[in-house]
Design a protein around this ligand. Structure first.
Ligand code: HEM
Length: 343
């Protein structure tokens, strides 16, 4: 069924909202009343109709507006896209994967036709109909990763695998939770995870890296991460901290329901066929507290998760200024009933 794309903004007047159907498919990530870091990796396999797993690369009602926001970010700051020269083959791998997945999942919106190396790509929501030669950079208006990244929801990192490590050697990152591709480019797995509290001491990154080095072609995996954002702003980058940092001081008991958003990242990892590099997709979903409490079991659980969150995580995730106001507001939606494990 064709998706009805919303006209909305992620800045200035912040008109972003979720339709009731989109709230229903929101990836609420908590399966218990407390949250702790873990190696929460599982196979990325297709799921039920009407869920975000229906297609392995999810496209939803925010697609067109998100792509417009990405174009604005790139116009203001071209360094949100970077690729080291040895990543060109991996870029083509990514272009192929994302075209194939989007065309397979949403044939009414995207189509890919191949005639040898001559490929035709049609993206109806964005009004694109391009024919190009696979492998020939000059036949596309941008480098392959930037080209397809401007047409795919979620941030994209390509990590190279060598010396028993992963290296962040290319990316298109405009919807990040306060980290910078420009800063991290060329770093390895342990280096770019350096600022994360608690997890290093728990051995989480050692285990995760070991697992990822053995990721197999055709067997993608996924995990969730989450944080919170004041206003439905996609671009919460360090580069633009001066634009959004002070928003954290504006939350009051009156506006918290509308302003404070749960930000969930569906992260998927894919081995790439020719380059043996890996694609890391960070797909961001935003939901206001007002929207969240329309599902009573989520309201109950999120109140408890936020209330018991270790202070190190509260500080790292940047919630220190408004966590208590949010917990207080959510407490009105928690009747104290026991919850069951699972979502
Ligand atoms: C945070 C990238 C895989 C766990 C981060 C950050 C980046 C990142 C850039 C932000 C660090 C900062 O504060 O500057 C990546 C990439 C991955 C990857 C490119 C794949 C190649 C994983 C995996 C795990 C993991 C497999 C599994 C345990 C975490 C955790 C955080 C984090 C727990 C902290 C998030 C928070 O509390 O908000 N990652 N990551 N990452 N990453 Fe990864």
């Amino acid at each position: 069924m064709a998706i009805m794309f919303r006209q909305e903004t992620f800045r200035d007047d912040f008109t972003y909202r979720n339709s009731p159907a989109n709230i229903h498919r929101f990836p609420f990530p908590f399966d218990r009343d407390e949250y702790a870091y873990s190696v929460n990796i599982e196979p990325h396999v297709p799921g039920r109709k009407g869920t975000i797993y229906e297609s392995l690369i999810d496209v939803d009602e925010h697609y067109v507006a998100e792509m417009a926001d990405r174009a604005l970010v790139l116009k203001e700051d071209p360094l949100r896209y970077q690729a080291l020269p040895h990543m060109m083959q991996a870029q083509w791998d990514v272009l192929e994967l994302l075209m194939e997945q989007q065309a397979a999942g949403y044939p009414e919106h995207f189509s890919l036709t191949r005639n040898g190396d001559r490929w035709r790509w049609i993206n109806r929501p964005l009004g694109i109909d391009d024919t190009f030669t696979f492998g020939a950079r000059e036949t596309l208006p941008y480098e392959p990763l930037e080209y397809i990244g401007r047409q795919t929801q979620g941030d994209l990192c390509i990590v190279d695998q060598r010396d028993n490590n992963l290296w962040m050697d290319a990316g298109l990152v405009t919807t990040q939770a306060d980290w910078s591709l420009d800063f991290d480019v060329g770093m390895n797995f342990m280096e770019w995870h350096g600022p994360v509290p608690l997890a290093h001491g728990m051995g989480i990154f050692d285990r995760a890296l070991k697992f990822l080095l053995n990721l197999q072609l055709g067997q993608p995996v996924r995990r969730f991460n989450w944080t919170m954002t004041v206003n439905p702003r996609l671009d919460t980058s360090p580069e633009n901290y001066h634009k959004w940092g002070r928003d954290r001081t504006t939350v009051t008991p009156v506006n918290v329901g509308r302003k404070v958003h749960l930000r969930v990242e569906l992260q998927t990892l894919w081995r790439l066929p020719r380059s043996n590099a890996m694609l890391f997709v960070i797909r961001c979903y935003l939901m206001s507290m007002e929207e969240l409490v329309t599902v009573p079991k989520w309201a109950r659980r999120f109140h408890r998760v936020l209330k018991t969150l270790p202070q190190e995580l509260v500080d790292y995730k940047g919630m220190t200024r408004y966590r208590d106001t949010t917990v207080e507001w959510l407490s009105r939606h928690d009747d104290g009933a026991p919850t069951s494990p699972g979502i």
